[in-house]
Structure formats: structure tokens, C-alpha cells
Write a protein that binds this ligand. Structure first.
Ligand code: B12
Length: 210
């Protein structure tokens, strides 16, 4: 796999070039997970450059668009499992937050590991998470937040689940770049993971699946 080309295409937001490189890597026998990991590293560089004000929102948007298109190629390969679902997970990005790349990757990895995933999208109000738990009977809710100003919505969602008497029968897992284990503990979340692989491990652990 030409890691450098994949990263450069992602960082410069060249969707077509990125998708071609991803397809070439897969044809060359690379696993979808390995390709995804290289893209996540590339997105990390985008984040660092944005933070240092070397690039701005339009550039980040182009990279995000390219990443979404390329993950769409990987998705069917990551999720093909064909087995009975191990359980249902509702997942979404909390109210006020439009970042969804990481949350979608977590969703994909869960699907790839045999879970049924109800993806509510982004900017999801606490009430919608609660409604979805009621409608689907999901035992796990995954909340994603990438901006600190949205993190209180995770707490609100847990409070609403409690108020509706659903907290005891539902595991709440939180994640996203600014979220930590300490924060998760402080709001009464049942689980935290800092990446998609950890999220799968955590869900299995919470549901007692070996
Ligand atoms: C791409 C991006 C955008 C894109 C989002 C496109 C999209 N469709 O998602 C766009 C351009 C739209 C955007 C907009 C904004 N952004 Co922005 N963005 C980023 C950037 C560069 C990368 C995020 C990303 O996709 N990372 C790659 C993925 C794979 O990683 P991830 O999301 O962390 O997910 C992994 C883990 O966290 C975990 N995970 C994620 N979710 C979950 C959920 C669960 C349950 C679990 C267990 C695990 C888990 O697993 C994932 C896979 O490994 C980050 C920088 C950064 N360092 O994070 C800034 C960043 C998040 N953005 C930031 C800001 C400020 C904004 C804006 C407010 C900018 C503005 N002035 O308008 C707006 C916010 C709009 C809004 N209301 O949401 C800040 C937030 C700062 C803060 N302290 O709150 C950051 C940190 C940049 C910075 N350093 O300043 N952004």
C-alpha cells in the first residue's frame, strides 16, 4: 500500500485520487482496516494543521469529504459478516455537533463485528436518543462528541435516560477526541473508548460477549 499517496490525497482533499489509491491498495491485497488506519492517521495531520492555523475550514471540509467518500468504499468490506446480530447499538453525534466521521467509523466497525447499528446521524437531541432506545430496544447507546461545547449533551442524554427509567437497562458508551475516561466517569457513562476498535471491545465487554 502506498501510504504516502493515501495520506497526501486525503490531506489535500483530492477525493478522486484518494478513492483510486484506496481501490488500488485493496486490489493489492491490503485489508480494509489497514487502509482505514492510514486514512485516520492522515486526518490526524489535518487536525494538527487546522489547530496550528496552517489550514482553514474549507480545506478541512475537502479532506472530510474525501474521507467520507473513501470510507464508503471500505464500508461494504468492513461490514460483510452475514451472521446473526450480536446485539443492537444506537449511535449518534450529540446535539450541536456536526462532526460525524469518527462516529461513522465506530458504527462501521461495530457492524463489521456483527452488531446491528442504528445510526441517528449528527446533531442528535437527547430526546431522540431516548426515543430510539425505546423504539429499537437497543441495549447500548453510543454518543459521539468532537467539540467541548457539545459534551454537556452527553450528560443530558444520560439524565433523560434515567428520568425515563431506561438507564438501568441501557449501557451508555461515550467517545470522540475531547472525551476522556474521567469525563465518562463524571457523567455516569458505562463505557468509554478512544477509537473504533476499543469501542467494539467495550460493547462486547458491556454485553458480556466473549
Ligand atoms: C474534520 C473536522 C471538521 C469537519 C467535520 C466534517 C464531518 N463530516 O465530520 C468540519 C469542517 C465540518 C468541521 C467543523 C467544525 N469544527 Co472541526 N474538526 C475536524 C477535525 C480536523 C477532524 C475530526 C475527524 O474527523 N477526525 C478523524 C476521526 C476518525 O477521528 P475522531 O472523530 O476523533 O473519531 C475517533 C475517536 O475519537 C473515536 N470516537 C469518535 N466518536 C466516538 C463515539 C463513541 C461512542 C466511541 C466509543 C468512540 C468514538 O473513534 C473514532 C475512530 O477511531 C478535528 C480535529 C481533531 N483533532 O479532532 C476538528 C475539531 C474537532 N473541530 C473543531 C472546531 C472548533 C470546529 C468548528 C466549531 C469550526 C468553526 N469555527 O466553524 C466547526 C463545528 C461545527 C459544529 N457545530 O459541529 C475543534 C474542536 C475544538 C474544541 N475544543 O471543541 C477541533 C478539535 C479542531 C481544533 N483543534 O480546533 N470540523
Amino acid at each position: 500500500m502506498d501510504e504516502q499517496t493515501i495520506k497526501e490525497a486525503l490531506i489535500s482533499g483530492q477525493t478522486e485520487q484518494l478513492c483510486d489509491s484506496v481501490k488500488d491498495s485493496l486490489k493489492g491485497g491490503e485489508t480494509p482496516k489497514a487502509v482505514l488506519d492510514v486514512m485516520i492517521e492522515g486526518m490526524q495531520v489535518v487536525g494538527d494543521r487546522f489547530q496550528k492555523k496552517e489550514i482553514f475550514i474549507p480545506e478541512v471540509l475537502l479532506s472530510a469529504r474525501a474521507m467520507t467518500a473513501a470510507t464508503d468504499i471500505l464500508k461494504p468490506l468492513l461490514v460483510e459478516s452475514g451472521m446473526e446480530p450480536l446485539g443492537k447499538v444506537v449511535i449518534g453525534t450529540v446535539l450541536g455537533d456536526l462532526h460525524d466521521i469518527g462516529k461513522n467509523i465506530v458504527g462501521m466497525m461495530l457492524e463489521g463485528n456483527g452488531f446491528e447499528v442504528v445510526n441517528l446521524g449528527r446533531d442528535v437531541a437527547p430526546e431522540r436518543f431516548v426515543e430510539s432506545v425505546k423504539d429499537t430496544g437497543a441495549k447500548v447507546v453510543g454518543l459521539s462528541s468532537l467539540i467541548t461545547t457539545s459534551m454537556p449533551q452527553m450528560k443530558r442524554t444520560i439524565e433523560l435516560l434515567e428520568a425515563d427509567g431506561l438507564k438501568d437497562s441501557t449501557f451508555v458508551m461515550v467517545g470522540g477526541a475531547p472525551v476522556t475516561q474521567e469525563f465518562a466517569d463524571s457523567i455516569g457513562a458505562d463505557g468509554y473508548a478512544d477509537d473504533a476498535t476499543g469501542a467494539v471491545r467495550k460493547v462486547k465487554e458491556m454485553l458480556g460477549i466473549g
